[in-house]
Design a protein around this ligand. Structure first.
Ligand code: ADP
Length: 165
């Protein structure tokens, strides 16, 4: 059983993440999406909701499961028996960060391989922070995120609008 872990904040999950997860699901027997949370970091959605949105977005892929985690990614990878950590690479600027993280994770857990899948051209520009910003300004994000994420972001900013004094 070759199990891979795709770890990220998924804040929130978008079509670029889904593409990496789906392609990884063809390469490995099982892919676990690890939804990271850290009390020191602020997220648009709480971890439970980010997990729920990721589950809805990838429900059609049989060998993908979604789990929350905190702490070191390599510790979670060991806990679930993953032999590989999967990440995506969008643009050159991702490379430095991914390479640095891969070296650090490799030092911590030499038995776990890091595999980076190149982003598809049509998803290269997608980033959670950009999508959240577009949604906050009332822009159309329907081509960037799965339907449940679009609805959750619309509800979030609608509520924020109503909560303002
Ligand atoms: P985090 O801050 O939790 O790392 P990101 O969304 O920035 O969250 O990135 C998580 C992983 O998903 C990274 O490996 C990143 O390169 C990858 N990723 C993010 N956006 C895309 C995209 N549009 N296409 C492919 N991979 C992506």
């Amino acid at each position: 059983m070759r199990r891979a872990l795709f770890p990220a904040s998924f804040n929130p999950i978008h079509r670029g993440h889904c593409d990496i997860a789906e392609r990884a699901s063809h390469l490995f027997d099982e892919v676990v999406l690890g939804v990271f949370s850290n009390p020191a970091k602020s997220f648009v959605f709480p971890q439970e909701q980010r997990v729920d949105l990721a589950r809805q977005a990838l429900a059609h892929v049989e060998n993908i499961t979604v789990q929350p985690y905190g702490g070191l990614t390599v510790d979670f990878a060991k806990e679930i028996g993953a032999i590989v950590i999967v990440r995506g690479l969008r643009v050159f600027s991702d490379f430095e960060l991914e390479f640095r993280m891969a070296l650090a994770n490799n030092r911590l857990a030499p038995d776990i391989e890091i595999v980076c899948l190149m982003a598809r051209e049509q998803h290269m520009h997608l980033a959670s922070s950009t999508i959240v910003e577009i949604a906050s300004l009332g822009g159309d994000i329907s081509s960037m995120v799965p339907k449940p994420v679009e609805e959750a972001l619309l509800a979030y900013f609608d509520k924020m609008g109503h909560d303002e004094p």
